[in-house]
Design a binder for this molecule. Sequence first.
Ligand code: NAD
Length: 305
Amino acid sequence: MRNDNDTDIDGRAVARRLLEDVAEGVGELKRSRWSPRLLSVRVGGDPAVDLYIRNQKRCAEQVGIAFEEKRFDSDTSLDVLLAAIHAMNIDPTVTGVILQRPIGGNLSIKALQAAIHPLKDVEGMHPASIGNIVYRELDLGPCTAMAAVELLRSTNVPLQGLEVTVIGHSEIVGKPIAFLLMAEGATVTVCHHMTRHLAVHSRRADAVFVAVGKPGLLQSDMIKPGAVIIDIGINQVLDAAGSPKVVGDCDYESCRKIAGWITPVPGGVGPVTVAILMRNTVIAARRQRSQYERQFDGTGAEIRP
Ligand code: NAD
């Protein structure tokens, strides 16, 4: 899906299309008295999280999903946080839990993430959800990775046999992207901070995904003419006038002259990530409804407060 700019992939338009289906799904859930309710868990006061929460809340309200914030000080103990998450897990009115990243303090993000019940893991970050994508079970896939692949799909470039280079191999972004693309039949090369000659890999790719967190890492002489560039990076830099602005990991202005397609930052992966989060919220609520119906041999509506 292109916007006015010839090579741009319009993430906001892709998100709008996804959210239309999400709103329908929310309506159906509400009619069966199984309203989705999303809880955001924030630990500490990292200012980057404010923006994420604002975007998620706005999007949730737009599609009719109840969104609530739970804030904890960065010196909250792991035990207290685990107990709070457990309470959310057993509360049938809570259908999704989001752990906002980064978390403050010296807490183990993995321990907290793993504590969220897999059925309520709307971010798709629980070890079980990450493991599922290896088996091509994508119901609750990790949001950013799913969003990045959705943007590639929106170009209608055939994925089977596509040569793709993924730069960045984190558990939550780069690695899941590689698995999702392999499931689509692409040939995937994964690069990271120890990769020698990054440009050798990026230059021969039909599509490059970059998720590193380094502005300007991907330059126009590192890509093949006509390639699709999916830029997942989010970096705050100062513009020429000294004002803060957000940019991705690729040098957008030079790369867009060579690329066939490119995602802008902002307006590319970000809005689609939030839309996938909402879609996962609907899927999670449906799965919980089915689970309760099976468990209690009745309708979900009867056992929900
Ligand atoms: P991370 O720090 O966990 O991982 C960074 C990855 O980059 C690692 O695999 C590392 O090996 C690799 N790397 C570092 N230097 C490199 C180099 N010079 N060449 C090649 N690879 C290099 O980061 P992350 O959590 O995966 O996030 C990556 C970026 O994506 C960040 O900018 C983050 O803000 C952004 N992000 C965006 C979204 C979204 O919704 N758009 C969501 C999550 C993360």
